[in-house]
Design a protein around this ligand. Sequence first.
Ligand SMILES: [Zn+2]
Length: 220
Amino acid sequence: MKRRGSLTVICGGMFAGKSEELIRLIRRSLYAKKKVQAFKHAYDTRYSETEIATHEGVKLNAVAVRNSSDLERLLLPDTEVVAIEEAQFFDPLLPDLCNRLADRGRTVLVAGLDQDFRREPFGPMPKLLALADEVVKLRAICVRCGNIASHTQRLVDGRPASYHDPIVLIGASERYEARCRHCHELPDAPKPRKRSRPRPSSNPSYVHEERGLFDDNGRT
Ligand SMILES: [Zn+2]
């Protein structure tokens, strides 16, 4: 077997087309007669227990697993392409597993939400993005204004979810929308702290470097 190996991460908000892109890459591998195994997190039970499904109804078989060690245990020795969906729900060990699999010559395709409804980095996604050979960031269209949307608006009983609502709220009546940064609403979010001016440093090279990057007029 040729030892190639790579880690591709498909990220973005909801309704950006992450599942479609993952399915496209899986299909491409299947046409090339590669041995593919697809996994998704067991939390994601929408539409089907054992398939990767897009909002448009396209489906592909996948095994639902609870964590990265279950995933590793279920991997077959001759699998060439490992696809993982809903990566944001996985444990912190998933990025290292993906990296290891890519080092050993497998093609690893990972899809997941890069931000939660608070616009904060989601689960193991930041590390996956850092380790990836290729990152595909997909964006949706804001349902409010038609701008490009990178964020996911969460609505509980039709109202914007509070900052303090837990990320996984099973059984509640909630839905999601694609929103741009201007239209995204997050009640009860802590106010961002004002940045104080940097204190004069005793290290002259540090001061020099800082002036070099941004002078008083904001020029670089
Ligand atoms: Zn908008």
